[in-house]
Design a protein around this ligand. Structure first.
Ligand code: SF4
Ligand code: SF4
Ligand code: SF4
Length: 355
């Protein structure tokens, strides 16, 4: 692809043809404010990313304006700042100003840009929405009153996860994001991956687990790997006082590139289950039919090794078999087959993902 050369805020920038001004500016270290733009996906809906392009009468939405040779772009002129303040004020004209109790405070795009632009309220008085909180699914709340109709959740559902469970419904002031026929997500094709929640820049979509569980800046971030399946997605746990509050994933995660499924994002409550096994158990009593008792790892592994040896010497290696799991890493699965072939002496080894 051809490379073009132009200037942004006086800085010479080179970018591939077809790149948007917003993306080219970002790679040159110039951050242009945006609410509806997501990595590689743009609709030009929010108009917060407007910039001045020399020779253009109107301000240009930089997320959908392609780069071209010899463009002269200014991202922070008085006119641009005035337009951005207007956008924020218009959004706030129908948005609750309850940042002090909002679960998204500290991670909200609207709050961030209102702060950066010094917008404390709105000059625009008019009709406001008073929707009830949508509590109809097990994993997240939808607060329509905080929705700015940026469309990021729609892009996330349709163009990232390819589920197409939600879209814009109704028109004008009644426009909202909804599943077909405005039904509950539970009655739609939604797979509860939570990609929409992760993409929402405001408090309109919030994980139920994180409600009243701590302010965003108090959450400790712990990077780990999902243990549910062999894909091995990167997880970022938000932890408060030793307990998981929510699970997200970095946009640049190598394996999953910012995506998770319902298990990885919402299926982690077992971590804090009081019924979780934390030590090996050995069944005691005649022929092992009695109760379990707790054992040390050394004792449990010695017992298993002894039993394997007994079976092998009494009935031969092929009386043993091993079934491995997609929840193990490739390295662990390699070790399992090595152990079965080299130590137990049989080729009776299989893997659940092959079935
Ligand atoms: S949870 Fe996933 S499938 Fe359901 S609406 Fe959100 S993005 Fe779409
Ligand atoms: S729910 Fe969030 S992501 Fe979806 S349109 Fe509203 S503000 Fe944007
Ligand atoms: S998040 Fe889903 S796909 Fe990713 S490793 Fe976990 S279970 Fe597998």
């Amino acid at each position: 692809m051809a490379t073009v050369s132009f200037t942004i805020d006086g800085k010479n920038v080179m970018a591939e043809e077809g790149t948007s001004l917003l993306e080219a500016a970002k790679s040159a270290g110039i951050e242009i404010p945006h609410l509806c733009y997501m990595e590689g996906l743009a609709t030009g809906a929010c108009r917060l990313c407007v910039v001045e392009v020399e020779g253009q009468k109107n301000l240009a939405a930089s997320c959908v304006f392609p780069v071209a040779n010899k463009l002269v772009v200014k991202t922070a002129t008085e006119r641009v700042i005035r337009a951005r303040k207007n956008v924020i004020e218009l959004l706030l004209s129908d948005h609750p100003l309850d940042c002090m109790t909002c679960e998204k405070s500290g991670a909200c795009g609207l709050e961030k840009y209102a702060y950066e632009l010094g917008v404390t309220g709105s000059r625009f008085a008019g009709e406001r929405h008073h929707y009830p909180l949508d509590d109809t699914n097990p994993f997240f709340f939808r607060d329509y009153n905080k929705c700015i109709l940026c469309g990021r959740c729609v892009l996330a559902c349709n163009d990232v996860q390819f589920v197409e469970a939600i879209n814009f419904a109704h028109r004008g002031f009644g426009c909202k994001i909804a599943a077909p026929y405005d039904r509950s997500l539970k009655d739609s094709t939604c797979i509860f991956c939570g990609q929409c929640v992760a993409s929402c820049p405001t408090g309109a979509l919030v994980e139920k687990s994180r409600c009243a569980a701590g302010r965003e800046w108090d959450l400790q971030k712990v990077t780990t790997t999902c243990s549910y399946c062999g894909v091995g997605c990167t997880l970022e746990l938000s932890v408060k006082d030793g307990r998981i509050v929510k699970v997200t994933t970095p946009a640049d995660a190598v394996v999953n590139k910012g995506r998770l499924c319902v298990k990885g994002r919402f299926g982690w409550d077992y971590v804090h289950s009081p019924e979780r096994l934390t030590a090996p158990l050995i069944r005691v009593g005649e022929k092992g039919e009695g109760k379990f008792r707790e054992a040390t790892w050394d004792e449990a592994l010695d017992l298993v090794a002894r039993k394997f040896s007994e079976i092998k010497s009494e009935s031969g290696s092929d009386s043993l078999a091993c079934l491995s799991s997609a929840k193990c890493t490739n390295e662990e699965n390699y070790l399992v087959q090595k152990f079965v072939r080299a130590v137990l002496g049989t080729n009776n080894v299989d893997h659940c993902a092959r079935l």
